[in-house]
Ligand binder design. Structure first.
Ligand code: SF4
Length: 357
C-alpha cells in the first residue's frame, strides 16, 4: 500500500514538474537563434523565467494575480515559452554566448523544485554563474538553491517606501528588509536585491533604503518603474531621469567606498546633497560608469525599462565619451536644482535650500 502511495505521489510530482512554465526573454531567445529579432543591444545574461501565474499581486507587475494583460510581460520585456530540452540544446550549441544565466521567478507552486532540477542542467550546458531572483522563504530554501549550483540569490524589495509597501506589494517594508538582511548575514557576498525607483516614494525614502541595504553588504540593483498595460499602475509615469540618476550616483559613491556619506534633503524630501564636492562626484562618475546597468556581474538587461532610441535609465553598454556626456548633463541638472556640494570633507554638506530648485 505504501509503495502504491509513493508511486502515485511520484507520478503526481512528475506531472506537476511537467506543468511548470519555462520562459525566456525574447532577447535571450534571439541570441540563441530561437527567434528572429533585430537587436540594438544583445543581452549578456540569459534571462529565464520559471513559475506559472504569480500568487502575489504587486500593483506594478504584469505577472501579478490581478493583472489583466496577456501575462507575457515582465517590465517591458516579452517572455515566450520555451521547452527545457530546446533551451538546454540551444545553450549547449552557443558556448560563450552569455556570461551569466538569471532565473526570474513568480510566486507559484513548485518553483524551488523546478530550479533545483533546472540549474544543474543549465550549468552543464553552459558553464557560467547562475543568479536566481526569488522571494526565498527561509534559510533552508536558500541553502537548497546554493547547493543546486546557484551563485547569487536576488530577493527583490522593489518598493522603497514603508507608506506604500503594504498597498503596492502586501506585507511591510520592515519585514522585507529584515529578511534580505538576514540572508546577507548567512550568505555574505551572495545576496542581491532589486529596487524600483518611481513607485511614488520620496527620494529620501529611496536613498535611505539604498544606504541601509548597501551597508548590510547587499548588492543593490536599480530598476526604473515602467508602466505595464493591464496592471493597477498602467497609467502612472516612469521616474524623472534626474531623480533616477541621483540614485545611480548614490550607489556609485557607495561602491567607490565614499562612506559615511552625509546626505541632505530639501523640504520635499528631494536628495539635495551627497556631502561630497562636485569635483569628487565628477571624478568618481568618470572613473566608474555608474549609469550602466547595476547588478550581478555580467547583467546588462537591455531595454528592460526603456524603448530603443530613448535615453536609457540603465545603459547596457557605455563608451567613455558617452559617459562623460551623461555625467556633464547630470551635474548640470543637479546645479540647476540647487544641489549642495560639500567642500572636500565627507559629511560636510551644507543645509539644503528650502525646497525650491
Ligand atoms: S541583477 Fe541581473 S542577473 Fe542579478 S538577479 Fe537581477 S536581473 Fe538577475
Amino acid at each position: 500500500m505504501l509503495c502504491l502511495l509513493s508511486l502515485v505521489a511520484s507520478l503526481l510530482e512528475h506531472q506537476l514538474a511537467d506543468m511548470s512554465a519555462l520562459r525566456a526573454s525574447i532577447g535571450t531567445l534571439a541570441v540563441l537563434g530561437l527567434r528572429d529579432l533585430l537587436m540594438a543591444e544583445r543581452p549578456t545574461t540569459a534571462y529565464l523565467m520559471v513559475g506559472g501565474r504569480c500568487a502575489s499581486d504587486c500593483s506594478y507587475c504584469g505577472q501579478g494575480r490581478s493583472a489583466c494583460g496577456d501575462g507575457r510581460h515582465l517590465s517591458r520585456i516579452v517572455w515566450p515559452d520555451v521547452s527545457q530540452d530546446e533551451l538546454i540544446e540551444a545553450l549547449s550549441a552557443h558556448p560563450g554566448s552569455f556570461s551569466r544565466v538569471c532565473f526570474q521567478t513568480t510566486t507559484s507552486r513548485g518553483v524551488v523544485r523546478d530550479l533545483v532540477s533546472l540549474v544543474p542542467r543549465v550549468r552543464a550546458a553552459l558553464d557560467v554563474p547562475v543568479s536566481v531572483s526569488y522571494r526565498v522563504r527561509g534559510l533552508e530554501e536558500a541553502r537548497r538553491l546554493f547547493a543546486a549550483g546557484v551563485e547569487r540569490i536576488g530577493v527583490a524589495v522593489d518598493v522603497c517606501s514603508a507608506r506604500l509597501y503594504p498597498q503596492l506589494r502586501g506585507g511591510t517594508l520592515e519585514e522585507a528588509v529584515a529578511q534580505v538582511k538576514e540572508l546577507a548575514r548567512h550568505f555574505p557576498g551572495r545576496i542581491s536585491t532589486h529596487i524600483i525607483i518611481g513607485l511614488g516614494e520620496s527620494e529620501k525614502e529611496a536613498a535611505e533604503l539604498i544606504m541601509e541595504l548597501h551597508e548590510a553588504g547587499i548588492l543593490v540593483s536599480l530598476f526604473a518603474f515602467t508602466p505595464v498595460r493591464g496592471t493597477g499602475m498602467e497609467a502612472s509615469s516612469p521616474p524623472e531621469m534626474l531623480s533616477y540618476r541621483k540614485m545611480q550616483a548614490l550607489v556609485g559613491l557607495l561602491d567607490a567606498g565614499e562612506r559615511p556619506l552625509e546626505l541632505t534633503y530639501d523640504a520635499e524630501n528631494r536628495l539635495c546633497g551627497f556631502g561630497v564636492t562636485a569635483d569628487t562626484l565628477r571624478r568618481i562618475l568618470d572613473e566608474q560608469p555608474v549609469f550602466l546597468t547595476h547588478g550581478c556581474p555580467g547583467c546588462n538587461r537591455p531595454f528592460y525599462n526603456e524603448r530603443p532610441g530613448m535615453e536609457p535609465f540603465n545603459f547596457p553598454t557605455m563608451h567613455p565619451v558617452g559617459n562623460r556626456r551623461v555625467v556633464a548633463e547630470f551635474v548640470a541638472g543637479l546645479e540647476a536644482q540647487g544641489f549642495v556640494f560639500g567642500h572636500g570633507q565627507k559629511g560636510s554638506g551644507s543645509p539644503c535650500p528650502s525646497g525650491e530648485p
